[in-house]
Design a protein around this ligand. Structure first.
Ligand SMILES: Nc1ncnc2c1ncn2[C@@H]1O[C@H](COP(=O)(O)OP(=O)(O)OP(=O)(O)O)[C@@H](O)[C@H]1O
Length: 245
């Protein structure tokens, strides 16, 4: 029997959007103390339900603002859902906003430890993998330079190399296959493919239907925070094509 690895049950995510413009932290604190802040409730996800089995590769489709990144963040554990629950088995490698945990004042080497800790790696594990991370990122010459002097592509390369050094059971990809220059993109896609071959379960957001059809066996379409279709890639791709017409 296929092994269930992720179960998303009745997940809802609510954000509070401020009704007025607040220009500074001071203004925010004062208005907050005077209880002058008003919010609009906004549900980015509503009653999301699905399960994935080991080795499934789910493409997440939908227009801008449909809730795709929010769903990945809820599954990765970055956001706690307002409602419902996510059950998951195994180690997760979240490739979300690569390098969101970086500190620009620190060097590349220091950030490997910092970002590794953010991703939950032990110091010993990072020490063992340090050389592999630097080699994959091809940033040897710059590894002792502060990150503020890196280009955005260099930062993404370092982030990708740190996040993919683990052998995860679940891989979460938010449009990260467009990281770096063409050469690094090819190399990063190769690395992801080798993880696919090892039977990892994948959740993958991309605006390219062609890429989703090529890489995934299942897909889900999100529309204003709800599931419009879920199932085998071919049937869902057909629904999505009609939606885009
Ligand atoms: N931290 C937040 N606070 C308030 N609203 C948020 C927050 N994060 C996301 N949202 C809102 O939730 C909705 C869904 O956003 P999300 O980033 O998940 O969409 P998406 O489908 O990934 O879009 P895109 O294709 O543009 O990346 C949007 O309306 C967005 O404004």
């Amino acid at each position: 029997m296929a092994k269930e690895i992720i179960r998303v049950e009745h997940v809802g995510m609510k954000f509070n959007l401020s009704k007025e413009k607040v220009d500074s932290l001071k203004e925010y604190v004062i208005k907050s103390l005077k209880r002058q802040l008003e919010y609009n409730e906004f549900w980015a996800l509503k009653d999301i339900n699905f399960t994935l089995e080991k080795g499934d590769r789910l493409g997440i489709l939908g227009l801008n603002g449909a809730g795709k990144s929010t769903l990945l963040k809820v599954i990765a554990g970055v956001f706690k859902p307002t409602e419902g629950k996510v059950y998951k088995k195994g180690k997760i490698a979240p490739l979300l906003e690569l390098g969101a945990g970086f500190d620009m004042q620190y060097t590349g080497a220091e950030n490997i430890y910092l970002y590794g800790a953010v991703l939950g790696y032990s110091k010993k594990f990072i020490e063992e993998k340090f050389d592999d991370i630097v080699a994959f990122s091809e940033l040897d010459k710059f590894i002792d330079v502060p990150l503020k002097n890196y280009s955005s592509g260099m930062k993404s390369r370092l982030g990708f190399s740190i996040a993919t050094v683990v052998a995860p059971e679940i891989l979460i990809l938010d449009e990260v296959l467009s990281v770096g220059d063409a050469k690094f993109r090819k190399k990063s896609e190769g690395k992801i493919m080798s993880m696919f071959d090892k039977g990892v379960t994948v959740l993958f957001v991309s605006h390219s239907l062609e890429q989703v059809c090529r890489l995934c066996n299942k897909a889900v379409i999100l529309d204003h925070g709800t599931i419009k279709a879920f199932g085998g890639i071919e049937e869902v791709a057909e629904v999505y094509r009609k939606m885009l017409e």
